[in-house]
Ligand binder design. Sequence first.
Ligand code: UPG
Length: 446
Amino acid sequence: MASKTHILALPFPLQGHINPMLQLCKTLITKDIRVTLVTTVSISSSLQVQASTTSNLINIETIPDSTPTSEGDIYQVFIDNFKESITQGLPRLIEKHKQSSYPLKAIVYDSVLPWALDIAHRLGLKGAVLFTQPCTVCSIFYHMKQGTLKIPTEDEGSVIMLPAMPPLRLKDLPSLLYDMGAYTSLLNLLIDQFSTYRNADWRLFNTFDKLEDEILRWIASESPILTIGPTIPPLHTDDNEYGLSLFKPDAEAYLKWLETKENSSVVYISFGSLITLGEKQMEEIARGLVESNCFFLWVVRASEESKLPRDFVSEKGLIVNWCSQLQVLAHPAVGCFVTHCGWNSTLEALSLGVPMVAMAQWTDQTTTAKLIADVWQIGIRTKADENDIVTKEEIAGSIKEIMQEERGNEIRRNARKWKQLAKEAINEGGSSHKSITEFAIQLSRS
Ligand SMILES: O=c1ccn([C@@H]2O[C@H](COP(=O)(O)OP(=O)(O)O[C@H]3O[C@H](CO)[C@@H](O)[C@H](O)[C@H]3O)[C@@H](O)[C@H]2O)c(=O)[nH]1
């Protein structure tokens, strides 16, 4: 009993980073690994526990928040503060658990927290780094770190050729690389993912072999990796939620509303947990949804609600502050997902065979939109106008193309193919299933 392998999990405290870490941990628990998830007191107080069986088996340990020492850029303050708190509290927590009846073996940490590896190694633990963005995107930042990618200047015509990647134009790169200046804190965070990369004992990627085959083989030729995705809860079981949420879902009236709709008749639209849109863009989305003439379910977070056009109502639409996205995407009434191309949302839609309107906003999303539209061909990528606004005509046109036109049939065929391949990867004997099993075995032996 006392020999059960015990690991720590350290996610970056944002929903899009917590979800893949949690799902990986839940899978490890089914393989007889004990998991303690570490976060700060303030983050823990915002976490809602969802009715999910396995996540209840994850112990949560909190570390007091340190007083912010930096000021200015809100991202930098958030990043520094989290680092400061964890750096101070983690060693004590590790020492405490080393004495327990379940001695700690390793830590699985988010790739944007590369300094966690040094703490782990110093205290005799192994470290596994988890990447929460597409391998294609991570590899672009790897090249940045190595100095092997030179960003072209404004000339959008020039093509960027990187090993094992499709030819990329400037705007196919992660936006932080061409919108430089505004978000240097985030750009540095993503380049620094590779500062301790080679020293990690395991490198885990939330993707699957067939999805990004060439680039995965390339990055694996630099240092061995394990592909463990898509990290999506199994929907056909009781354990069909990630388990911890920083947002409170609306009452489930929206699922009842979906029940009243015909198959593939509803457009679902959500921009994830972070994106903030301008009022003009909100208005274009609202008008575009109405112009598409489809039913729509739109997630507008409470903090974004005031930007909706005044008195906006549509008899064909339902707006919620937060929902169980997986339940929505799995619903037969949903025929299309207008998404910001966050990697979790993308993997969820891909795994459930839902075609996408890829309306990327920033960071990795611009590259993911390229992959969705041109490589996997499971969606349409919207174009912004000269003011960087995606107009209502563009939005309505893209939705109609998927919902009503011949192109939609082709995209749906591809979506069905990728859904099947995603399923095969995580099913018994699939590439990701094998990797996670191998990881669990190696953890037990370490
Ligand atoms: O109403 C909602 C809306 C979203 N979600 C979930 O929230 C997660 C959102 O994650 P993601 O789609 O990755 O978007 P972000 O929250 O924006 O994630 C950040 O982190 C990701 C992983 O690093 C990046 O790919 C994104 O660009 C970055 O913005 C998903 O699992 C969704 O299922 C809900 O459960 N309910």
